[in-house]
Design a protein around this ligand. Structure first.
Ligand code: ATP
Ligand code: MG
Length: 425
């Protein structure tokens, strides 16, 4: 009879939430300088002046959000007995990507009982309302704009960084803007007007070193796991597998390793579990990444995959383009121009699925040589999650293989080993 996982004894976890992205750690490792810099932005508030603006960048999982949250919570704590009306508004620019949406978000946070329409007013009407509330309530606003690189226009930064221009009463309006981005290429294209909105303050969070990642994990172990569960070498391996000094991935791998050990009814987490967990986390990340791509990008990617099977490490943009034309035609989809295909290749390079570096080849002149950064089997399976690509499975035996039914490794207790099972959709 099937044993429910809900009744299974848990030998591994006590408080698994300590490994979650939503858990707020008590201690932050290796970020004293960054904490100090963010504190210096809000410090003027304590002397009745306006907070400063800054742009914070760094790769994913390097502690940008957690450090800013930490400083904001210290600020609220320190000022709780002061006569200051500090409002911290967190905006994700992916969700609120226009000026009006950002202003409405701020209005809703600083004046939850407002009854202004969420749509339909002009920007200046929304702005006027916001200035009025900020001024009337003497609010010190700290606007944290995450994923700032997706903003359609940077006008909002201009408005928020120059509140005095809108001052109608005697009350000064104090606003601090903290922009956050993990898109490193954004820095190359950053307009000087954006940087000037931030007063030229730019903080870069560097990746964690392996020993810092181990320290971050070590602090969570006594909270998350039962005593003696984590074997020697496990944390070091999690840190090592987290390729670009990313604490989030290191925590995810440790969490998944714990789950693997639990599923196997083990009493301890072994380095072997970390290896399996790494594969799982990587595959999950790839599937998520590929799922979100537009159909044309997926066709360019599948073309790259096949061109790579044929031309190996000599695959050029032209090879991908030729393959792409065959596939787009077969799918009856608009055939993109060479320039557009090239843009999709650049995009895939930026998000890290492929590597398309410029190379000079004698015969071909300057071209891009394209390699794939993931296991091609996994990538193929990830692409074929999209049923619209399934007609391509008839095109080649390689693609046919990728379109195999989805399987999952499950632990078979009777056979005492993992077995591959087909997952029915
Ligand atoms: N110095 C640290 N000490 C303890 N935990 C940390 C530290 N830095 C990051 N973490 C943990 O790592 C995870 C990722 O951190 P965070 O969300 O701050 O990264 P991020 O730089 O904002 O990434 P992204 O760009 O993807 O938003 C969180 O669970 C956080 O608690
Ligand atoms: Mg973040």
């Amino acid at each position: 009879m099937r044993e429910s996982r809900l009744t299974k004894k848990d030998n591994i976890f006590i408080n698994r939430f300590a490994l979650s992205i939503n858990y707020i750690p008590e201690q932050l490792i290796g970020r004293d300088d960054e904490i100090d810099e963010i504190e210096s932005l809000v410090e003027p508030i304590l002397s009745n002046s306006e907070p400063k603006n800054a742009l914070v960048t760094g790769l994913t999982g390097v502690g940008k959000t957690v450090v800013i949250e930490h400083v904001m919570s210290t600020l609220l704590d320190v000022t709780k007995d002061f006569d200051l009306n500090i409002k911290i508004v967190n905006i994700n620019c992916k969700q609120d990507n226009t000026d009006n949406r950002i202003i409405v978000h701020i209005i809703n946070d600083i004046d939850p009982n407002n009854n202004i329409p969420k749509q339909g007013l002009s920007k200046s009407q929304y702005l006027d309302y916001m200035w009025e509330i900020l001024s009337k309530e003497r609010i010190i606003l700290i606007a944290i704009l995450d994923e700032i690189h997706v903003l359609k226009s940077t006008d909002i930064l201009y408005h928020l960084s120059r509140p005095s221009q809108f001052k109608k009463s005697d009350n000064y309006i104090f606003i601090g803007i903290i922009g956050i981005s993990n898109d490193i290429s954004f820095l190359d294209n950053i307009e000087s007007s954006i940087l000037s909105s931030f007063g030229e303050r730019h903080l870069i969070f560097s990746p964690y070193r392996e020993e810092q990642l181990v320290e971050i994990l070590k602090n969570r172990v006594p909270i998350a796991f039962k005593e003696g569960v984590v074997m020697d070498g496990v944390l070091e391996l999690c840190a090592k597998y987290s390729d670009h000094g990313d604490a989030r991935t290191a925590l995810e791998i440790l969490d998944a390793a714990g789950e693997m050990a639990k599923n196997e009814n083990c009493d301890t987490i072994q380095p072997g579990h970390v290896k399996m967990a790494y594969n799982k986390v990587n595959t999950d990340a790839l599937f998520k990444l590929v799922k979100e791509l537009p159909i044309q990008t997926k066709i360019v990617l599948i073309s790259t995959l096949i061109a790579n099977k044929i031309h190996f490490n000599n695959t050029t943009t032209g090879d991908v383009e030729n393959q792409y034309k065959v596939y787009a035609e077969h799918l009856g989809i608009e055939i993109l121009t060479r320039t557009s295909i090239s843009k999709h290749i650049t995009k895939l390079d930026t998000i890290g699925v492929i590597d398309a570096s410029i190379a000079t080849k004698k015969r071909m002149g300057i071209t891009r040589i394209i390699t794939i950064n993931f296991d091609s089997e996994e990538l193929g399976r990830a692409l074929f999650q999209d049923f619209r690509l399934s007609p391509l499975a008839l095109q080649s035996s390689i693609l046919k293989n990728f379109a195999k039914p989805k399987t999952k490794m499950l632990w078979d207790k009777d056979q005492c080993r993992f077995v591959e099972c087909v997952i029915e959709n």
